[in-house]
Write a new protein. Structure first.
Length: 444
């Protein structure tokens, strides 16, 4: 048997649409650029991605959760540097009206030419702020401007003392959050890799200055272990160390994943020093110092940040899991089994119930069995087409187990459980089925 990995993003885009993972936003109106909707399977899987990250973070005794508002006081973005510095340089072509980024467009960088029509009739470079602006309240004047947050992290900084004091946490401790962020990206693209509306999963770990380098190294390791636990192939990950650092950063690395378009950032891990808390302390006039009770001293903690896009991780899981198993018969005819080898915690459904026949005799008890399993798991149910075709449908969406309800079941109250990867089969009593699936998922 030959195994073919994913060759291009378009294969995944079409599988996503056909099977209900991801749809183009507002498709019936021609779509809205770089916005995507998660369908029946995608919404289940995205919840699983978030749950995996959330549990990895908040089931530790030293990290608490936060769910901050998207709209924040406008001064937050002044203090964070986003109002003045969160921008890309843009150039307009006066002939074909294309607008492009000046800092990463080859034809412009090398020849001062438009990448679309080759014209040299170009505007000056202008800085374009990536934050989406809106107005709060009935008046659309400068005093009512608010921004859609471009990152979740600022909610952690402004709530640092609220979280620390209400949870009586001692440093080192972290704040974790999952939420929507918005960036008016100039060059979104590559499906859900870079979009204008996306979800981030960020954690800020507050530490005593001087211990920051140690915790930075620890978090690098912890995050790599997370990817390994969820089955991301080692050869598809690499750590890129930033040589040029932002003025406030002490250290920064990107965890990169080998997407079909090449290695690209999946997660950023940064040592942000005390920059953010100091900025908010200065702009708000409120102390954000931590009081270290045993040592009777006050200080502004340093922050180690881990920040990963939920949509980007979703895409990495899909890319990594996709495989085509190709067998060729004696006449040279190829048979291709498409498998989404997702980790069972990430897979949309854990188990599918497939009655061998559509007739009431089997379908009525099979639906009852579906309900029994649904008490513990997300369950698919499918009674149309041959059993072989139905197995393939589940393989393609990553369902770890299929349960076949056949005519023997009526007599022996047992079902056949089929394993997605090995395609092995076992006969299991219905009364033991939930326990069996629970254990099998754990030991997958
Ligand atoms: N608070 C730090 C921060 O926001 P970032 O590197 O700009 O850092 C963190 O973003 C992660 O968020 C990225 O590694 C990426 O996974 C995700 N992300 C950023 N911009 C994105 C976009 N336009 N579309 C999808 N995901 C994005």
């Amino acid at each position: 048997m030959q195994i073919r990995p994913l060759k291009d993003l378009s294969t995944l885009v079409s599988l996503s649409k056909r099977r209900g993972f991801v749809f183009q936003s507002s498709e019936i109106y021609g779509g809205l650029g770089s916005c995507w909707d998660y369908g029946p399977l995608g919404s289940l899987m995205k919840l699983n991605v978030k749950r995996a990250w959330w549990n990895a973070m908040t089931r530790r005794s030293d990290i608490v959760g936060l769910d901050a508002a998207i709209l924040m006081h406008p001064t937050v973005w002044k203090a964070s540097g986003h109002v003045d510095g969160f921008s890309d340089p843009l150039v307009d072509c006066k002939d074909c009206k294309t607008r492009f980024r000046a800092d990463n467009t080859d034809s412009y960088l090398h020849h001062k030419k438009c990448p679309n029509c080759g014209s040299k009739n170009l505007s000056e470079e202008r800085n374009f702020n990536l934050m989406f602006k809106t107005h709060m309240g009935p008046l659309e004047d400068t005093g009512s401007v608010v921004y859609l947050r471009p990152e979740t992290a600022q909610g952690h900084f402004v709530n640092f003392l609220n979280c620390q004091q209400s949870s009586r946490s001692k440093i080192p401790f972290g704040i974790a959050a999952i939420g929507k962020s918005f960036r008016n990206e100039i060059t979104p693209g590559n499906f859900i890799f870079r979009t204008r509306e996306f979800e981030q999963m960020e954690m800020q770990y507050f530490v005593e200055p001087g211990t920051d380098a140690k915790y930075f190294e620890e978090w690098k390791e912890t995050r790599l272990q997370f990817y390994s636990k969820y089955g991301i192939k080692k050869e598809n990950l690499k750590v890129h160390v930033h040589e040029k650092l932002a003025h406030y950063a002490r250290a920064a690395v990107d965890v990169e994943y080998k997407f079909p378009m090449g290695f690209s950032e999946l997660e950023g891990i940064h040592n942000r020093s005390d920059f953010d808390l100091t900025q908010h302390q200065t702009h708000s006039g409120k102390s954000l110092e931590y009081f270290d009770e045993p040592n009777k001293k006050k200080f502004i903690p340093y922050v180690i940040e881990t920040a990963v896009g939920c949509d980007r991780l979703f895409l990495a899981f899909m890319c990594d899991a996709y495989r085509e198993e190709v067998t060729t018969d004696e006449k040279g005819v190829e048979d291709v089994r498409v498998v989404l080898g997702l980790h069972p915690e990430i897979a949309p459904y854990k188990v599918a119930v497939l009655p061998l026949s559509k007739k009431d005799e089997l379908s009525i008890p099979a639906e009852k069995l579906r309900d029994q399993l649904a008490e513990d798991f997300d369950v698919a149910y499918d009674e149309s087409a041959s059993i072989g075709k139905r197995y393939r449908r589940q393989d393609e969406i990553g369902t770890p187990f299929c349960v076949t309800y056949d005519f023997d079941t009526l007599n022996d109250q047992s079902v056949t459980v089929r394993h997605r990867d090995k395609m092995s089969q076992e006969r299991i009593a219905i009364k033991d089925l939930n326990d069996y699936i629970r254990k099998a998922l754990k030991n997958f």
